[in-house]
Ligand binder design. Structure first.
Ligand SMILES: *[C@@H]1O[C@H](CO)[C@@H](O)[C@H](O)[C@H]1NC(C)=O
Ligand SMILES: *[C@@H]1O[C@H](CO)[C@@H](O)[C@H](O)[C@H]1NC(C)=O
Ligand SMILES: *[C@@H]1O[C@H](CO)[C@@H](O)[C@H](O)[C@H]1NC(C)=O
Ligand SMILES: *[C@@H]1O[C@H](CO)[C@@H](O)[C@H](O)[C@H]1NC(C)=O
Ligand SMILES: *[C@@H]1O[C@H](CO)[C@@H](O)[C@H](O)[C@H]1NC(C)=O
Length: 421
């Protein structure tokens, strides 16, 4: 009897619980040398990491965007996977705001929001969504800013009048929380770009202001934000970003040097972030409440290859006055430390050495573990290992930490190298 009561209360709850989704933000303008095959590779990687869809950030005007969007949809179709794509209209990245609709006489490919939604909104690979109040699913659409064009997205505004209803989840972070609350009629959800902490602080899950020659503190952020995702339990999570190499936040692969903006290439040499992808399936399972089998003991570690104060800051500030923040020297904001996580099949010892000297030995528990270790004056290659009963189970070695800037131009590189096994 008790059992059936539990069932009768459990089953409806399960049925009405909205499905949760994880996206990764892809800057299509950066993917300028992509082919259908590199798009297919990106989609396969993201799909293997249990990411549900790419938010295709498209800026205006950019004549290459229609081709790359077409390549992305062709790749999704060729893979025959459940992976989806949707648009995130970037109102700042291209220098002009997005026109809502195309001119009736002289329309050109990709010249408006309506053009893209009419062409791709009902494509089988386009992400459709319905919340628990709406019986029919609608094309999911997001933005990066666009607060001067809010009325275009009104229920009877130019965009919905032209393309039909959409499930609209903009990032209008520059309005602040109060500005957003006065525009709720125009949106079905809200996406916040406010994900880096202000100053030498840890990020928390309360909202602050939205924060480009500046840094915001990463350090433990990758691990901490996933913990906050589980705590806040939003309907959607967007990983920022897949490929913004120029801004130094990316988890996807680099295919072509031409996709790295001139001037930022020096900060990306030999530095990949792709190891961050390896825990994504686990973090997503935690967020969605689905099961995850740890295939073997896994680790991730990341660090900058020299102390923050070792090179010239070359004009880079910690924080930015452009976002009404108090600026500070980068070295006061970020930690000279190795950040390391382990996803363990059972309890084990996790050991970190620099230049052959053990600097940390941690007792890891089954499941996720995260630590950081300041590297101080230590220099040399960094080795991370997992041991059980005195036997090394697995280990890996990352590039050396040096006491001076690793860059020929004498500037500090604040971009972290990421590895693991
Ligand atoms: C695509 O996937 C569906 C469902 O898994 C399957 O039935 C179909 O045969 C696949 N088509 C191709 C061309 O692989
Ligand atoms: C769903 O409908 C209820 C009742 O009308 C309303 O209170 C709630 O805000 C709606 N939720 C969404 C996401 O629209
Ligand atoms: C969250 O972080 C912000 C910015 O660092 C800070 O102002 C605020 O007090 C923090 N809130 C909590 C609850 O810690
Ligand atoms: C990148 O790696 C290559 C090959 O190991 C090396 O020659 C080069 O100096 C490295 N570049 C930097 C900036 O560390
Ligand atoms: C060690 O790590 C590699 C790389 O992830 C993995 O393929 C291998 O299975 C691991 N070995 C053990 C014994 O866990």
């Amino acid at each position: 009897m008790k059992l059936s009561l539990i069932f009768s209360s459990l089953i409806p709850v399960t049925l009405i619980a909205a499905q949760k989704y994880v996206f990764a933000h892809v800057v299509v303008g950066t993917a300028s040398a992509h082919t259908v095959s590199t798009w297919a590779n990106d989609i396969a990687l993201a799909s293997a990491a249990r990411i549900d869809a790419f938010a295709l950030n498209i800026a205006y005007p950019d004549p290459n965007i229609p081709t790359q969007v077409s390549n992305a949809f062709a790749a999704a179709a060729s893979l025959n996977s459940t992976f989806k794509l949707f648009f995130s209209f970037d109102y700042l990245g291209g220098g002009q705001a997005w026109p809502a609709t195309s001119p009736s006489q002289s329309s050109q490919d990709g010249d408006s929001v309506a053009w893209y939604l009419q062409k791709y909104g009902s494509n089988p690979a386009y992400f459709q969504y319905s919340d628990k109040n709406t019986s029919t699913s609608k094309p999911f659409v997001s933005t990066f800013e666009g607060v001067d064009n809010i009325n275009d997205w009104a229920p009877n505004g130019a965009i919905r009048s032209a393309v039909g209803d959409v499930y609209f989840v903009p990032n209008w972070g520059s309005l602040g929380t109060s500005g957003i609350s006065t525009n709720l009629n125009n949106m079905q959800g809200f996406f916040s770009w406010d994900m880096w902490p202000n100053g030498a602080n840890d990020m928390n899950s309360s909202s602050g202001g939205d924060g480009k020659k500046w840094i915001w503190r990463g350090d433990d952020l990758w691990h901490e934000r996933w913990q906050q995702v589980v705590e806040v339990n939003p309907d959607f999570v967007e990983i920022v970003t897949w490929n913004d190499f120029a801004e130094g936040h990316f988890i996807g692969p680099v295919y072509s040097p031409s996709e790295i903006a001139v001037g930022s290439d020096v900060y990306l040499q030999n530095i990949t972030h792709q190891s961050w992808l390896s825990f994504v399936p686990y973090y997503i399972s935690l967020y969605k409440g689905t099961s995850y089998y740890i295939p073997h003991d896994m680790t991730q570690f990341w660090y900058r290859l020299a102390p923050a104060a070792a090179g010239d800051s070359c004009g880079v500030t910690g924080n930015t006055a452009a976002q009404q923040q108090t600026e500070m020297p980068p070295a006061q904001m970020i930690k000279d430390a190795i950040f390391f996580s382990a996803l363990l099949q059972s309890a084990a010892q996790v050991q970190l050495s620099i230049g052959g000297q053990v600097v940390a030995t941690e007792n890891g528990v089954q499941g996720i573990n995260h630590w950081s270790q300041e590297f101080g004056q230590n220099v040399g290659a960094v080795e991370l290992s997992v041991s059980r009963g005195g036997q090394v189970v697995n280990s890996t070695t990352g590039p050396p930490i040096t006491s001076n800037s690793i860059l020929a131009n004498g500037c500090s590189n604040y971009n972290a190298w990421v590895g693991g096994f």
